[in-house]
Design a binder for this molecule. Structure first.
Ligand SMILES: [Fe+2]
Ligand SMILES: [Fe+2]
Length: 199
């Protein structure tokens, strides 16, 4: 999922000045750093990149959507997603780490697929909405898997406050997924099945 390539190194002056005071990174509940803790914070960087990427992607999906209901769902989830970015920043802070993003190839791929759907479907059609919902649900499911796993890991590591934060986001991703299912089932899928192919 991730490569070992380091993310861009910013000027090290900031970290250097901190060095004199720093002992161990202040992990919640005073747990010692471990390989698992490192893995955990690495995965946080991954989802942090993904959420920030979604803040840029959701407005495009909103613009491409046909039904008002779906447009509104994307607009709402954009605001929710901005909250997810902030929550992750809070998590980094609780762990005594700098918020850092690392490219998430999976999310880049899923959103690229979504962009392809917009390209391949006709503007103003319910069929495009069907495609957008499908793409958006793939995004939500990726997030659900990630937050579910990370919340569990946080508990294992004794980071209970962090786990609570991640679970709050997890619940919002599940809500978003359910809403998309509802929109598909209540209107969009049927409408698209009635759509004739353009000559
Ligand atoms: Fe999210
Ligand atoms: Fe989401």
């Amino acid at each position: 999922m991730r490569t070992k390539t380091a993310t861009s190194k910013k000027s090290s002056t900031k970290t250097a000045s901190k060095k004199s005071v720093a002992k161990k990174p202040a992990s919640p509940n005073g747990k010692v750093d471990s390989m698992l803790a490192d893995f955990f914070s690495d995965e946080l960087k991954d989802i942090y990149w993904a959420e920030k990427h979604l803040v840029k992607t959701l407005p495009k999906m909103q613009k491409a959507a046909t039904s008002e209901e779906l447009k509104e769902a994307f607009a709402d989830h954009l605001e929710t997603t901005k909250g997810h970015v902030e929550r992750l920043e809070e998590v980094f802070e609780l762990l005594g780490k700098k918020a850092q993003a690392k490219k998430c190839d999976a999310m880049a791929g899923i959103t690229e697929e979504g962009a392809g759907i917009i390209e391949e479907t006709e503007k103003g059609t319910a069929t495009r909405d069907v495609g957008l919902i499908l793409a958006a649900q793939k995004v939500e499911h990726y997030e659900i898997a990630t937050y579910g796993g990370l919340a569990q890991l946080a508990r294992t590591l004794g980071y209970d406050e962090v786990a609570d934060i991640l679970e709050t986001t997890l619940a919002e991703e599940k809500d978003a997924d359910s809403l998309l299912t509802e929109i598909a089932e209540n209107s969009v899928n049927y409408e698209s099945s009635e759509e004739a192919e353009e000559e």
